[in-house]
Design a protein around this ligand. Structure first.
Ligand code: ACO
Length: 331
């Protein structure tokens, strides 16, 4: 079948440490009421010493078990992250070593919060190149490593975590729950990049030996502008993928949007005329975990019984770059 690709083994892992809004009140000028009313976030998990690859390893192990595969069965590893353990080696190589895998391609992609959806399209392409492809796609972020906890406009928004799955050309069978990737649409617009950045340490903003890092080492964001673009872009790409597939929002059983802010999700739902009960939300528990947000929500929804065989799921994400994208999955 043309473009055949299945997704299975959904799993997520968040570090044990929890930072509540009340905890934040102790070191940044904010309060629980402001954070909840403006974002919906009540707490976030923080890695506290664990790295991107540590979180990815935990999520990946469970994803492999749930897809009935051993690490040695995997043919490619793709990691979506903007917070790898190091620039070199890439996160995928570190993760493969932890999983005990050698000799297969291992690559990172950075599309900020849209990284997982970009990864699905990349995996779909690899499945067409080789019918035996069994791709581990893991999105993992220690966003708090790039958060300035003195900046109240960003420090309340983000959390750490990882989400993983396996993508294969053939249906995994054997009673393993899987979704068929019906379509993926990806977009980007570099002219909007300056609205959301993590610049320090890049070759355009090199660090100097002995000097401390500046504000630009951390996430910097024009919150209001990002908000408007996030709503508009996720609405547009969702409507485009529905139209391309000759369906409407009524045909979708569950919407899984990027978990950045409840007000973004509500605005998106309103524009698309989608009822609250069809939208999966867990931003109150995890905050914005960037690329990990969508796969964490997917695995969480699946574990909570919100996804049943035969259902059609629309996942949509938006992130720095700007990047955005949507995917339709039939379970
Ligand atoms: N606590 C208390 N007050 C605060 C805080 C805080 N943490 N942060 C800002 N404020 C104050 C501001 O200083 C401002 O005060 P002023 O009116 O006296 O100047 C007031 O609250 C309003 O600030 P705004 O920035 O206008 O607040 P807004 O309602 O736009 O909410 C927010 C800010 C939550 C950042 C919102 O704009 C947003 O969610 N934007 C999108 C951010 C996002 O989702 N980014 C990620 C998407 S892409 C990706 O995931 C990488």
């Amino acid at each position: 079948m043309k473009n055949s690709c299945y997704i299975a083994g959904f799993s997520y892992f968040v570090p044990e440490g929890v930072l509540t809004n009340r905890d934040l009140e102790r070191f940044v000028d904010t309060n629980d009421e402001w954070i909840v009313s403006r974002t919906g976030i009540r707490q976030r998990h923080v890695a506290g010493g664990q790295t991107c690859s540590d979180l990815a390893y935990e999520a990946s192990r469970t994803a492999l078990q749930r897809s009935g595969l051993e690490p040695g069965d995997i043919t490619h590893i793709i990691t979506a992250t903007f917070t790898p353990d190091a620039y070199v080696p890439n996160a995928a190589c570190v993760i493969m070593e932890k999983l005990g895998i050698r000799g297969i391609p291992a690559m990172d992609i950075n599309a900020a919060c849209t990284g997982f959806v970009y990864g699905i399209e990349l995996a779909r392409g690899l499945c067409q190149l080789s019918s035996g492809s069994r791709i581990l796609l893991v999105a993992s972020e220690v966003v708090t490593s790039r958060i300035n906890f003195k900046d109240r406009s960003t420090s309340v928004l983000f959390g750490d975590g990882a989400g993983a799955c396996v993508l294969t050309r053939e249906s995994p069978g054997g009673g393993i729950p899987a979704g068929y990737i019906e379509d993926v649409l990806l977009r980007a617009d570099g002219s909007l990049g300056p609205l959301l950045t993590v610049k320090g340490g890049g070759s355009g903003y090199p660090l100097v030996l002995g000097e401390t890092v500046g504000d630009d080492f951390f996430v910097q964001m024009e919150g209001r502008e990002v908000f408007k673009h996030a709503v508009r872009s996720m609405r547009d790409v969702s409507m485009d993928i529905l139209k391309k597939n000759n369906i409407t929002a009524d045909d979708i059983d569950l919407f899984i949007p990027h978990q950045a802010n409840i007000r973004i999700i509500e605005a998106l739902a309103k524009l698309m005329h989608v009822k609250e009960e069809k939208i999966f939300v867990n931003v109150h528990e995890y905050g914005n975990t960037s690329a990990a947000s969508v796969p964490i929500a997917l695995a969480d929804a699946w574990e909570k019984g919100r996804i049943r065989p035969g259902q059609l799921v629309l996942m949509v994400a938006f992130g720095g770059g700007f990047t955005w994208g949507a995917t339709l999955i039939r379970f």
